[in-house]
Ligand binder design. Structure first.
Ligand code: NDP
Ligand code: 8X3
Length: 256
């Protein structure tokens, strides 16, 4: 099959990584189903490329009925999804676990975990039947390295990574690949604005740094997809050069 005929579905394509990934995959020759909640953003994205290369498709990942109906809801010639990029996701707040809002936790779990699992479950059978496909999911360094206030967000990303590793076990013997991309500090997206709800707090996150950019993530997605069929990249952890894991914290006010 020529790359031109291949279909990639990118969730969360209205901003940040998903937007950059959708454009990058069109450049790689894919037809891209671009999903998210903001229809006008999806339409604008489709307008950036040659007609027919991007199908804007409104989808709220927390609407499980809509996610389950996805295979039948897509136009006939877009239904055979070869590549699923599970990118839609969010962090809400940086409060300590006992101070956070239960609604924020629920939203992160329903988007980053339940929605991701469900869309994967509904698109996998087609990939397995055709014996061809690739699921790429956005994890995070927050899924590996804990930090204060990451509580449920980090846990959702740890879930994503283990889910993808377990998929690999189920997919053994099939020509369907599974990859987690786990970035650290990345600017140029709405992530911190969504998390902190305040533009100046969001820009302070990146002050004095040269963070990763959405195009770096899109480049990595293109790279994992472009590997020869016998190569499965299981997990890619990426950080900007200005970031590193800084070890365990010790409280020195608690001596007996
Ligand atoms: P953005 O906030 O810029 O983009 C998030 C995307 O997810 C948007 O397109 C948004 O679309 C979509 N989205 C959120 N909730 C839903 C929902 N309920 N249904 C459908 N789509 C939804 O963030 P990033 O591009 O930075 O992040 C993308 C992914 O990468 C996330 O999973 C994030 O956790 C992860 N990540 C981000 C890092 C960073 O530092 N930026 C680092 C590591 C991982 P809409 O609002 O239109 O629905
Ligand atoms: C986003 C990266 O460090 O803000 O997943 O959690 S971080």
């Amino acid at each position: 099959m020529s790359q031109k005929n291949r279909v990639a579905l990118v969730t969360g394509a209205t901003a940040g990584f998903g937007h950059a990934i959708a454009l990058r995959l069109v450049r790689e020759g894919y037809r891209v189903v671009a999903t998210g909640r903001r229809q006008e953003r999806l339409d604008a994205l489709a307008g950036q490329v040659e007609a027919g290369c991007i199908l804007p498709f409104r989808l709220d990942m927390t609407d499980l009925a809509a996610v389950r109906a996805l295979p039948q809801s897509l136009p006939q010639d877009w239904r055979e999804v070869d590549v699923l990029v599970n990118n839609a996701g969010l962090a809400l707040g940086l409060e300590k676990a006992w101070q956070t809002s239960p609604q924020d936790w629920e939203t992160m779990i329903s988007t980053n975990v339940t929605g991701l699992v469900e869309i994967t479950r509904v698109l996998l059978p087609g990939m397995v039947e055709r014996n061809h496909g690739h699921v790429v999911s956005l994890g995070s360094t927050a899924g590996t390295y804990p930090y204060p206030g990451a509580n449920v967000y980090g846990a959702t990303k740890a879930f994503v990574d283990q889910f993808m590793r377990n998929l690999r076990s189920d997919l053994l013997g099939r020509q369907v690949r599974a990859t987690t991309i786990a970035p650290g500090l990345c600017g140029g997206s709405e992530f911190s604005q969504v998390r902190l709800g305040d533009a100046s707090k969001a820009s302070a996150v990146y002050e004095g740094t040269a963070p990763l950019l959405p195009e770096d993530i899109a480049e990595t997605v293109a790279w994992v997809l472009g590997q020869p069929a016998h190569v499965n990249i299981n997990h890619v952890e990426m950080m900007p050069t200005c970031q590193a894991s800084a070890g365990l914290a010790v409280d020195r006010t608690m001596s007996a």
